[in-house]
Design a protein. Structure first.
Length: 155
């Protein structure tokens, strides 16, 4: 239940041609306390509840627990979330043994495109596509919980 990931800005839309799938995501936060965030997510017609713990000093590692919940329950929980819903399209791109998730944000975060890669260890190497830009791992401004309250278009 430990998540190790690195996060990057995306330089261009070349990732779209490399993607093997994409999905629409809506998510809200029942709690955005940095020590524990509780997220409700809807991907297509499937709901999820996720609890994340505080990140380590580098921002790469933290506790994460996620459980699938019925779509109807997720839809009922979204209105209970704190103000600020995240809307995005997620593209999945295979690179070596890893999958890079690219999130193209919509609504008040339109214009922001972030890529995340989950790793087995903090120092694990991976193949970096040309469209990956500046690393922003650990920069709290790029956490979805932060973006829900401080939209990218207001920076």
């Amino acid at each position: 239940m430990i998540e190790i990931e690195r996060k990057f800005l995306v330089k261009n839309t070349a990732y779209k041609t490399a993607a093997h799938s994409h999905t629409q995501i809506i998510q809200g936060y029942l709690n955005t306390d940095p020590l524990r965030t509780v997220r409700i997510r809807i991907k297509n017609q499937t709901g999820f509840i996720t609890i994340k713990g505080k990140s380590n000093a580098s921002g790469t590692t933290r506790f994460e627990w996620e459980k699938e919940i019925p779509y109807q329950e997720a839809m009922a929980l979204i209105p209970l979330c704190e103000e600020g819903t995240i809307e995005k399209t997620r593209y999945l791109i295979k690179t070596g043994k890893h999958t890079i998730e690219v999130d193209e944000f919509h609504g008040v975060n339109k214009g922001l495109i972030l890529a995340e890669i989950e790793l087995d260890s903090e120092n694990e190497s991976f193949s970096k596509p040309d469209w990956l830009g500046q690393e922003v791992t650990g920069d709290k401004r790029y956490y979805n919980s932060y973006l829900s309250k401080n939209p990218f278009t207001h920076w």
